[in-house]
Design a protein around this ligand. Structure first.
Ligand code: NAP
Length: 703
């Protein structure tokens, strides 16, 4: 790739100033689009971030003097017509419709008819005008190639809302367009802090933040802090970054939301070898982040936070850590926790567990050196982890015994385990802004959860909570029947709970747990477990299965937020005590009264509303804007008021009561012993985005 360097003159205000406060005005897009072209298209240029400081002298200078690099797509310049024509047949037609309209303004493209109700074998929509879109895209690429394939602009920004609608199967309201434009990631730093006024250097340097956790949420917080010039340290209990993807290494472990939305805005041009990346690829992304943004020196690895205590006299957190240098206390003005809620393995309590003579471990503690060949495995637990693990084990192990208490609903997903065809990655590299539109499509797709999970009080059905919910159940049941044939096996694999009342699992349409149930080396046991013996498992019917290895795919302490750390706020009150009455809660999923300057990434009731990376980003931005307020106004502490906390939680509980996971037939790990879900978020993505777009200072006490 060759690069031309041009100079882009922007004032700091144009880049990071007040224009971003007013929703998404035109100027925002114009200017941020330009910065985007500079920084997202050319990963190398992102180094400006780590160089950027926000002191009086240097405030914005890196941006103002920033170089605009444009590059030539050498690969496209030498591509034959045949290569181009072949590649476009692998493009998502919905993306082609929006993107081609955006780049060209061609009304014929906008009128192209697609069948959004059905998917082809490649997992994309079909329709009579697919060939037209492919021809238009090929013509565009050939002309672009012949013109030199240099950097080009996104085209008329006025067209963007229409283009996004042409790429979407959902309605996109005007008032939510700010969310969708962010998801498009033309500005990879849209979810960072844009200082309203230059912060006084001495106050900026004196404000220290501790981020707990070096996974998806923690690394994003770290990058955004670094970019804002706010000093920080990340505390990570593992020896490397990655969080859940560092820990979960069982065979078959992979993400079950699309990878393009499981990465950050600034990762839009990251090369995704799979639509749903396996754990090792997810890890590779986290290494890319840590290296690209030079974060490793900011992270204390192999170090665990034991407690955090608010010091009333200094308005600081005293964070007690335990690492290679022993125990010590760090002081910080703010703390961002990004520890995940599916992080602490939950082992069952079954008689005789310690008697078993062979290897036994939780699915999140898979041993590196375990050879599957010739071994008989028992897998206890059939949630997402168990169902992912079983078909991979069945490929190599001598025998797999599945101990299933409750089956889970599955979503057949074409190509779930398959790498992208080379043509898709070619499009990623050579069709301008293809990655942006692909990311937008992936990010907004979580919306389906909201649509299919709403309880219709007038819908009376033994198995479902609404017409739409029943439609999903029927589709999933048809998949079971098609795969299994045998009605008795279908009965044993049919979940008793409504669809989406627990998390359904994305599985490969061609190879999943359903494809191995009838294999000679797989046995499904649905009788309960009586005890574990030295050599195997005894069921309640008295049968004994002999195995060599037991895997506990028994889930996590999902509702014990921030467990096992002790977090002590004002007046020596712990979070545990605050939540003792009815379980974990938070304001906007991130703040709790009595715990100033503490923000939780993916805290209580944040699951399911927005895609995880996006939720992390909007909470991260919210936290940084709170910090901006403290630093700029020379204040010490910010916390949510009791009134706002309860107002939000009453709304949340009322909305959660209308969701299928509150249905009496539901069975899931979302519920606490207090009879409420501490996990699920009932709001639509755009509601969450509006809630968290900026701090509402009426809800916050600042002193
Ligand atoms: P889980 O959904 O909580 O499933 C735990 C399983 O263990 C259930 O089948 C449960 O049965 C069973 N179990 C627990 N105690 C038991 C006992 N004493 N005896 C027999 N069975 C017992 O845990 P998970 O599968 O690890 O998944 C948790 C979450 O992690 C998922 O929902 C998902 O959010 C995330 N995850 C995501 C991915 C991905 O992205 N691809 C992969 C894995 C996990 P009952 O249902 O009867 O209680």
């Amino acid at each position: 790739m060759s690069r031309d360097i041009a100079t882009l003159q922007l004032s700091p205000w144009q880049v990071g100033g007040a224009n971003v406060r007013d929703g998404v005005p035109e100027r925002y897009l114009t200017l941020h689009g330009a910065v985007s072209a500079w920084s997202s298209r050319f990963p190398g240029s992102c180094h400006w971030l780590s160089d950027t400081t926000c002191g009086d002298e240097r405030w914005g200078c890196d941006m103002a003097m920033g170089r605009f690099e444009s590059h030539v797509r050498e690969e496209l310049r030498v591509a034959s017509d045949e290569v181009i024509e072949d590649a476009v047949t692998y493009a998502d037609p919905l993306v082609l419709r929006g993107l081609m309209f955006q780049l060209t303004g061609d009304e014929e493209v906008a009128r192209a008819r697609l069948d959004t109700a059905s998917l082809t074998a490649r997992g994309v929509v079909g329709g009579e005008d697919v060939p037209l879109l492919q021809r238009k895209a090929a013509e565009f690429l050939k002309a672009y190639r012949d013109a030199g394939a240099t950097e080009i602009s996104i085209g008329d920004e006025e067209r963007l809302p229409t283009s996004l609608r042409l790429s979407s199967t959902f309605e996109l309201a005007d008032e939510d367009m700010g969310l969708y434009l962010e998801e498009l990631s033309l500005d990879p730093w849209a979810r960072g802090l844009h200082w309203q006024t230059p912060p006084p250097q001495e106050r900026l340097e004196a404000f220290k933040v501790i981020v707990i956790g070096g996974g998806l949420g923690g690394l994003n917080a770290a990058i955004q802090l670094k970019r804002s010039g706010i000093p920080f340290t990340v505390i990570e209990k593992n020896s490397d970054v990655g969080g859940t993807w560092f820990e979960n290494r069982y065979p078959g472990c992979r993400v079950d939301t699309q990878s393009r939305s499981y990465t950050n805005l600034f990762g839009v041009d990251y090369s995704y070898p799979y639509p749903y990346c396996p754990a090792s690829e997810n890890e590779r992304y986290f290494h890319w982040i840590a290296d690209r943004f030079e974060l490793r020196d900011d992270i204390l690895f192999d170090t665990e936070v034991r407690s955090a205590t608010w010091d009333e006299t200094t308005s600081e957190w005293q964070v007690s850590i335990d690492g290679p240098d022993g125990e010590r206390v760090l002081r910080a003005n703010g703390v961002i926790t990004a520890v995940g809620f599916l992080n602490r393995p939950k082992m069952p309590d079954i008689e005789g567990m310690s008697d078993f003579a062979g290897p036994c471990f939780h699915s999140a503690r898979w041993p590196d050196d375990l050879d599957l060949k010739g071994k008989r495995f028992a897998v206890i637990g059939t949630g997402a982890s168990g169902y992912q693990l079983i078909p991979e084990l069945a490929l190599d192990a001598e025998h797999v015994v599945i101990l299933q208490r409750t089956p889970q609903w599955m979503m057949p997903t074409p190509g779930y385990r398959t790498p992208y065809p080379a043509q898709v990655n070619w499009l990623d590299r050579n069709l301008p802004f293809y990655t942006n539109f692909m990311r937008f499509r992936a990010a907004v797709s979580i919306r389906f959860l909201s649509d299919f999970s709403e309880i219709d009080p007038d819908f009376d059905d033994p198995d479902a909570c609404s017409e739409a919910n029943k439609f999903m159940r029927d589709a999933s049941l048809a998949f079971l029947e098609r795969k299994l044939g045998d009605p008795e096996l279908v009965r044993r694999m049919t979940p008793p709970h409504p669809y989406l009342s627990a998390r359904p699992l994305a599985v490969d349409s061609e190879y999943s747990v359903l494809d191995v149930l009838k294999a000679d080396n797989v046995t499904l046991v649905t009788d309960g477990i009586r005890r574990i013996t030295k050599t195997g498992i005894e069921t309640v019917t008295g049968d004994h299965v002999e195995v060599d290895v037991i895997v506990y795919a028994t889930g996590f302490h999902a509702t014990d937020y921030l467990f096992p750390m002790t977090i002590m706020g004002r007046g020596g009150v712990t979070l545990e005590k605050t939540w003792a009455a009815d379980g974990a809660r938070a304001y906007l999923g991130c703040m709790v009264p009595g715990f100033p300057n503490l923000w939780m990434v993916y805290g209580p009731n944040t699951n399911g509303g927005m895609h995880p990376a996006g939720f992390h980003e909007v909470v991260g931005r919210y936290a940084l804007e709170c910090m901006e307020h403290l630093i700029t106004d020379d204040q010490r502490a910010i916390e949510v008021t009791e009134a706002a906390y309860w107002r939000y939680n009453h709304l949340l509980d009322e909305r959660n009561a209308r969701k299928v996971w509150s249905d009496p037939r539901a069975h899931n790990y979302y519920w606490t012993e207090f009879g409420r879900s501490a996990v699920m978020c009932p709001f639509y993505p755009w509601e969450i985005w509006h809630f968290l777009r900026h701090p509402s200072f009426d809800d916050l006490a600042v002193r």
